[in-house]
Design a protein around this ligand. Structure first.
Ligand code: UDX
Length: 469
C-alpha cells in the first residue's frame, strides 16, 4: 500500500522506515531540508539502534523516499500518518500544537478525493475533534473530497524504537465517534497485517479515549518512577535499601518490578513534557484537581536532581567550589543520544553553576550535550573525564559505566569517591577496590571530617541530603 508519513523526527522517521519494512511504498515528508537530505542518504540524524539498517535496506529496495514537497505527498497516497512534534509551550507547559495544525493544513489543502489521516503524535485530549473541525472548514464546498481522521497513538521507547513499532504491546485506534462509515480499521488492518498476525492486542475506540490512552500510559510510568523515588527519600533518612524494597514490592504481579528503579528520575522528550501537558489540559477542561497529583510526581522527580547535587557537595566537604567532578553520562537514558531534559546534564549544569570544574563523558550524546551546555568540559572517555577527579558521578547507566573496573579508574582520580546516581553499580566491588561508594536513595556514611560535618550541619537541611542524619 502507498502511505505518507508527515513529520520525520524520532517518531515519524521510525514509523516511515518500519512501514516500508512491512512492504509498503512510503514517502516521508518534513519541512526541514537538512533532515530530509540526511534521511534520503540513509542517515538517521539521531542515535537509534537498528534504525539506519532498516532505513537503508528500504531506500535501496525503492520502498522508501523522503521529500519536503507537500504536493508530492498529496499525490503519493490516500493514507497519511501524522507524526510531527508536540513540544512543551514555554509559558503554559501545555502542548504546542502549531506543527500539528500546520502539517494538517498544508496537506489537506492539497488533497482531492477520499483520504485517511492517521494521527500518531502525542496530543492533548480534544485535538482530533479540533482538527476535524479545521478539516471540515478547509474542505468546505469540495463535494468530491472526503477526509477521515483517526488516532493511532505510538508508544515507542527511544533505544527500542524499531522493536516497539514492529512488535508493539498493543495497537490503539480511535475513530470519529459520530462516524458510521469509518474505513480506518480496515485500512490499518491491512497496513499492520503482519503485526496483527503476531497476535498483538487491538483496542478500537473513540478519539478522546485514544488520545487519553497515550498520555495516561506515560503519566502512569512517571508516577511509578516518582513513587519509588519518594520512598527512596525515606530510605535515605532511615537507612533502608530502596533497591531491595523495589524488588520486594515488584514481586507482586499487580505492581510489577519494571519502572521501579530509583535514582535521578525521568527525563527525555516525553515523560516530563507529557505529564505537564496532561495537567495543563485537565486545568483547561476544569478538572485540574483530578490530575493535581501529577504536579507532585513532577516535583519529586525534579527534587532528585537537587538531592544528587547536594550529595555530591557533601562528598566534597560541603561545597563543590573548585572541586573536579567527573559526570559520566549526558543522555537522559542509555542507548540514546537524546539530552532533552536530561537529569544527568541538569546535575552537571547545577554543579558548574556552584563552581565545580565539571568534565562530562557520554558514549553517544557528547555532540548534543555540547550544543546545549557549551560551557561544560567534555572528555573523550570515562577515564579521561575521571582524571584528577575529586568525585566521579554516574548519571546515566550506560553498560560501559556499569561494567567499569574500579581498579583501573582508581589510578587516574584524585580521590576515590564514586556517586551512583542510577543505583546501577555493585557497591561491594567498588568498596573492595578502596572506593567510597555513595548512592542516591541510600543513607550514606559521612565522607567528611568531623569539623566539616559540624559546619555543614549548621547550614544544610538534613532532610534533603539524608547523609548527616
Ligand atoms: C517513554 C515511554 O516509555 C514510551 O512508551 C513513550 O512512547 C515515550 O516515552 P522514553 O522517553 O524513550 O519512552 O524513555 P523511558 O524508557 O520510558 O524512560 C524515561 C525516563 O525514565 C528515563 O530518563 C529513564 O532513565 C527513567 N527511568 C525509567 C527511571 O528513572 N526509572 C525506571 O525505573 C525507568
Amino acid at each position: 500500500m502507498k502511505v505518507t508519513v508527515i513529520g520525520c523526527g524520532y517518531l515519524g522517521a521510525t514509523h516511515a522506515a518500519c512501514m516500508a519494512e512491512l512492504g509498503h511504498d512510503v514517502l516521508g515528508v518534513d519541512t526541514e531540508d537538512a533532515k530530509i537530505a540526511s534521511l534520503s542518504r540513509g542517515e538517521v540524524p539521531f542515535f537509534e539502534p537498528g534504525l539506519s539498517d532498516v532505513l537503508r535496506r528500504n531506500i535501496d529496495a525503492g520502498r522508501l523516499r523522503f521529500t519536503t514537497d507537500y504536493d508530492e505527498a498529496a499525490a503519493h497516497a490516500s493514507v497519511h500518518f501524522l507524526g510531527v512534534g508536540t513540544p512543551q509551550q514555554q509559558r503554559s507547559h501545555g502542548a504546542d500544537l502549531s506543527q500539528v495544525f500546520g502539517a494538517v493544513e498544508s496537506l489537506v489543502t492539497r488533497l482531492h478525493g477520499e483520504h485517511l489521516i492517521v494521527g500518531k503524535s502525542t496530543v492533548p485530549v480534544g485535538t482530533a475533534a479540533e482538527l476535524s473541525r479545521r478539516i471540515a472548514v478547509l474542505t468546505a464546498g469540495d463535494e468530491a473530497t472526503s477526509i477521515e481522521l483517526a488516532w493511532n497513538p505510538e508508544f515507542l521507547r527511544e533505544g527500542f524504537a524499531v522493536e516497539d513499532t514492529l512488535a508493539p504491546d498493543r495497537i490503539v485506534l480511535g475513530v470519529d465517534p459520530a462516524r458510521t462509515d469509518s474505513k480506518a480499521e480496515g485500512v490499518l488492518g491491512e497496513l499492520y497485517r503482519e503485526i496483527f498476525e503476531a497476535g498483538v492486542p487491538f483496542v478500537r475506540t473513540d478519539w478522546p479515549t485514544a488520545e487519553l490512552v497515550k498520555v495516561s500510559a506515560n503519566a502512569f510510568l512517571a508516577t511509578k518512577i516518582s513513587f519509588i523515588n519518594a520512598v527512596s527519600e525515606l530510605c535515605e533518612v532511615v537507612g533502608g535499601d530502596i533497591s531491595t524494597l523495589a524488588d520486594a514490592i515488584g514481586y507482586d504481579a499487580r505492581i510489577g518490578r519494571r519502572f521501579l528503579n530509583a535514582g535521578l528520575g525521568f527525563g527525555g522528550g516525553c515523560l516530563p513534557k507529557d505529564i505537564r501537558a496532561f495537567v495543563a489540559r485537565a486545568e483547561e477542561l476544569g478538572v485540574g484537581d483530578s490530575l493535581a497529583f501529577l504536579r507532585e510526581v513532577d516535583a519529586v522527580n525534579m527534587r532528585r536532581r537537587t538531592a544528587m547535587v547536594e550529595l555530591i557537595e557533601n562528598a566534597c566537604g560541603g561545597s563543590v567550589l573548585g572541586a573536579n567532578v567527573a559526570v559520566l553520562g549526558a543522555a537522559f537514558k542509555p542507548e540514546s543520544d537524546d539530552v532533552r531534559d536530561s537529569p544527568a546534564l541538569n546535575v552537571a549544569g547545577q554543579l558548574a553553576l556552584r563552581g565545580a570544574r565539571v568534565t562530562v563523558f557520554d558514549p553517544k550524546a557528547m555532540g548534543n550535550a555540547g550544543k546545549l551546555y557549551p560551557t561544560l568540559r567534555f572528555a573523550e572517555s570515562a577515564a579521561a573525564a575521571a582524571a584528577s577527579a575529586d568525585v566521579v558521578v554516574v548519571a546515566t547507566e550506560w553498560a560501559e559505566f556499569v561494567h567499569m573496573a574500579p581498579e583501573e579508574l582508581a589510578s587516574t582520580v584524585a580521590r576515590r569517591v564514586i556517586i551512583d546516581g542510577r543505583r546501577c553499580l555493585n557497591p561491594e566491588t567498588w568498596r573492595a577496590a578502596g572506593w567510597r561508594y555513595l548512592a542516591i536513595g541510600s543513607r550514606s556514611e559521612p565522607v567528611l571530617t568531623d569539623r566539616q560535618a559540624g559546619l555543614l550541619r549548621k547550614t544544610s537541611s538534613s532532610r534533603s541530603t539524608g547523609m548527616l542524619v
